[in-house]
Ligand binder design. Structure first.
Ligand SMILES: [Zn+2]
Ligand SMILES: [Zn+2]
Ligand SMILES: [Zn+2]
Ligand SMILES: [Zn+2]
Length: 377
């Protein structure tokens, strides 16, 4: 508001009320014309107080006691067109001011304002709807989310229950040390890793000793957890004895060798724990001794001892003679029977006398008894 306008306002202030009242009737008439034509220019005389009224009203916003304001309100009630009129002063205040400054006044009609208003409302409505849709869309696609964070677990970071987004790091397991019977275990989720330590017993008391044929039993206290632990003692190993010939090798006088078999038995349980076949080592002198033994057996009956002595008499060494007799393949029981028959063909013998004669010839007592009995004596 310029200085001159203020001055004019002050001058008009005193006559304002009367002027307004007077104007009210003429204004109605004037307005009839001006409202019918939308952009019709209102008479200068009528317009001036109108502008003053607007300006007075602006002041009255800060001073409610102003008679101008009260008058305006009365006017609004009395005047059938007051609503529009009053609105015009309110809403187009800036417009009027602008028009006033240009010195050329144009009054927008109520219809136009209403139109503008309704257009504005529609535009605002559409705007709000679009914004609402966008916001709903953003929420629906989880582009925007008021996260509802679920606490981080051992293996999962903090996770939103709504959109599934995560933040931070997993909490990690809270490992509890492994025990005798349990592996390392997470006290939160129960996950395990590694294996249980197993009991640790340093001093065992044997309940049953293990042997090579049966397991044993022992118990002891775990030094870690104090529990009494019982366990089986595995079977003991066999104790192998010396090698024994279980089947003699056979060597024919022509030199064909059939390997023999030997075995080792456990000295505790007697079980055969190892077997082997064997071939005796043969020298020329040994083979000759064997051949000589074979030829003696072909015409006479000999005891084992008698045949060895015969070969030694022939000049073979004791070792060769024994070797030759061992592999000659003679059945000494049958030799005893043959020898008994020979004695019986030469003379009369008692059973006892013939047995003693055969033992004298080098047979064992059992061999002699077998041979004599077989003759029927
Ligand atoms: Zn979320
Ligand atoms: Zn865990
Ligand atoms: Zn233990
Ligand atoms: Zn054994």
């Amino acid at each position: 508001m310029t200085e001159s306008e203020k001055m004019q306002e002050q001058q008009n202030e005193s006559t304002d009320i009367t002027e307004e009242t007077e104007l009210t009737s003429s204004e109605v008439d004037a307005d009839k014309n001006s409202f019918e034509g939308e952009t019709e220019t209102t008479p200068q005389a009528l317009d001036e107080p109108e502008v003053m009224q607007s300006e007075g009203e602006s002041d009255n916003e800060h001073n409610d006691d102003s008679p101008n304001f009260e008058n305006q309100t009365e006017e609004a009630i009395e005047n059938p067109n007051g609503t529009g009129d009053s609105f015009k002063s309110d809403e187009t205040d800036a417009v009027t001011l602008a028009e006033n400054s240009q010195g050329e006044e144009k009054k927008p009609s109520t219809d136009a304002i209403k139109k503008l208003l309704s257009n504005k409302t529609v535009l605002i409505g559409v705007g709000i709807a679009v914004v609402a849709l966008i916001v709903i869309g953003l929420f629906a696609t989880h582009t925007i989310c008021f996260h509802d964070w679920a606490e981080a677990t051992c293996t999962e970071p903090e996770t939103c229950n709504i959109c599934g987004r995560t933040q931070g790091e997993p909490a990690g397991h809270n490992w509890k040390a492994a025990t005798c019977t349990e592996p390392e275990t997470c006290s939160v989720c129960g996950a395990t890793q590694g294996s249980a330590l197993g009991h640790s017993v340093s001093e065992w008391t044997v309940d049953t000793e293990a042997s090579c044929t049966s397991t044993g039993l022992r118990h002891g206290k775990c030094t870690r957890c104090g529990e009494t632990v019982q366990e089986t003692i595995p079977k003991a190993k066999h104790t192998p004895g010396d090698w024994e010939v279980t089947e003699e090798a056979k060597i024919s006088p022509s030199g064909t060798i059939t390997p023999g078999k030997k075995a080792r038995k456990c000295t505790v349980c007697g079980q055969v724990v190892e077997t082997e076949s064997f071939t005796p080592d043969i020298s020329k002198s040994k083979m000759n001794a064997l051949k000589k033994a074979d030829s003696y057996l072909s015409w006479g009956a000999f005891s084992e001892q008698g045949l060895i002595e015969q070969l030694e008499f022939e000049g073979f060494s004791q070792e060769d003679a024994e070797w030759g007799v061992r592999y000659c393949g003679a059945d000494w029981n049958e030799q005893a029977y043959k020898k008994a028959n020979k004695y019986l063909s030469w003379g009369s013998f008692s059973h006892k006398g013939l047995v003693e004669q055969l033992v004298f010839e080098g047979f064992t007592y059992d061999q002699a008894e077998y041979g004599v009995s077989k003759t029927g004596l």
